[in-house]
Design a binder for this molecule. Structure first.
Ligand SMILES: Nc1ncnc2c1ncn2[C@@H]1O[C@H](COP(=O)(O)OP(=O)(O)OP(=O)(O)O)[C@@H](O)[C@H]1O
Ligand SMILES: [Mg+2]
Length: 404
């Protein structure tokens, strides 16, 4: 990271434009790469340039809360200390981007899966009585907590709801840590596939309890749809559930179409977060390709935790007789050992930076969606980003002009 290349500066500006102009920013990527940290930093940057922002996390770990200086997060948006936004605005004041507005508010929340489904149920159901009956059905509980993609689906739904609420100019979503990040992208179309299914519609249009007698006579297609949910279990209760859901099908389908349209549209930017290790980078390259293939707007890549090249340390070690100074200060063998350890440590950092550079060059040379996307590079800080101060330190590297 010794050279701040022009394209990196351009990429930072491109990312700043995303938080300035979009209504939704979604941070995606493999586990542990820095999605939560990036989402928090982007939210902070947006508030600093005058956009009322909400950062949503789904990760129950307290990382977002801690990074934003909060003790914990709940399902309701919580106001982040305005002092932090002011600090961020000061940190970004050297940026070349013209920002006409004053710093504004930043909120953060942790989406609770069950509460998210319940919220959606009460918003979508034509009346409260129906919503309460659905709430009491065991199948609803299974659906809302165990259906593959339920987490991702409700995250998208909430994202759309909050983005359209008028309370925020920008909503930043920190996506869940997931074994297969593609689940997140597939959840809406999977749910839509179920809702749009003719057999499901057929059951939903019946006015009495469906139960097994309907399912017995149903087509194999219907059975396979049911099997997606339950593997063939609880069919009686499912029948009742489908009847209860009758009036929810159309509004639910509409909601799903709305958030699919939001995610695919001009108001949204996807940011792939990655790290400079070859396996993680190739996952990111694959993921970027999948985003583009699905027509989702990939706007930036953040390569996080790059090893800072120890240029100054190397120069000092080469020219300033550090070895002799250490030996004199500490004395004898101990001084020599410390000097050698220092040489090794700085040399290792330098080699690591070279390896990471090579991995990035390889990625760029390989073509594909990732290499055609603005790439922002964040340094690995000496400590984890456990507090707000550290987060502010990352901002110039993300969307500003770092002093190198
Ligand atoms: N640039 C950085 N320098 C130093 N530490 C960092 C940096 N970015 C992130 N970290 C630390 O790395 C750890 C993982 O980061 P983070 O929680 O943001 O990743 P994540 O992708 O959200 O992980 P998960 O997939 O588990 O949700 C955290 O302890 C965070 O503080
Ligand atoms: Mg996370």
């Amino acid at each position: 990271m010794s050279v701040d290349r022009d394209d990196t500066a351009v990429a930072r500006l491109a990312l700043l434009q995303q938080v300035r102009d979009r209504r939704v920013v979604v941070c995606v990527g493999s586990g542990g790469v820095g999605k939560t940290t990036t989402a928090a930093a982007l939210g902070l940057a947006a508030a600093a340039i005058g956009r009322k922002t909400l950062v949503i996390t789904i990760d129950p770990a307290r990382r977002l809360a801690n990074a934003l200086g909060l003790d914990s997060l709940s399902h309701a948006p919580q106001l982040v200390d305005q002092g932090l936004v002011t600090q961020a605005a000061r940190q970004l004041s050297t940026t070349t981007m013209p920002t006409t507005t004053m710093p504004t508010t930043l909120h953060a929340m942790m989406l609770d899966l069950k509460a998210g489904w319940d919220d959606m149920l009460f918003r979508t159901a034509p009346d409260e009585d129906l919503a309460n009956r659905i709430l009491a059905n065991r199948f609803y509980k299974v659906l809302s907590t165990e259906l593959p993609g339920a987490h991702e689906f409700i995250a998208c739904e909430h994202l759309q709801y909050l983005a359209a609420s008028g309370r925020f100019d920008l909503v930043v979503l920190d996506t869940p840590p997931t074994q297969n990040a593609l689940d997140f992208l597939d959840a809406p179309s999977r749910i839509l596939g179920v809702l749009d299914n003719d057999a499901f519609r057929f059951f939903a249009d019946k006015s009495s309890s469906l139960g097994l007698r309907f399912l017995d006579g149903a087509s194999g297609r219907a059975q396979s749809v049911i099997a997606r949910f339950t593997g063939g279990e609880m069919l009686e209760e499912l029948g009742d559930f489908l009847v209860l859901l009758k009036d929810l099908y159309d509004p639910l389908t509409d909601r799903t179409r709305q958030f699919v349209a939001l995610l695919e549209g001009r108001d949204t930017a996807f940011v792939v977060v990655t790290a400079p290790q070859p396996t993680v980078l190739s996952e990111a390259a694959f993921f970027a390709g999948e985003l583009v293939r699905r027509g989702l707007p990939l706007q930036a890549v953040v390569v996080n935790r790059l090893t800072p090249r120890p240029t100054t340390a190397l120069q000092i070690l080469e020219h300033d007789h550090v070895d002799e100074t250490l030996q004199q200060a500490i004395g004898g063998d101990d001084g020599a050992r410390v000097a050698a350890a220092l040489d090794r440590a700085v040399g290792d950092e330098d080699r690591l930076a070279t390896l990471e550079d090579a991995a990035l060059q390889g990625l760029m040379g390989a073509g594909g969606a990732l290499s055609a996307t603005p790439m922002v590079r964040l340094p690995r800080l000496s400590d984890a980003v456990h507090d707000a101060g550290r987060l502010v330190e990352l901002l110039p590297w993300l969307v500003g002009s770092p002093k190198i």
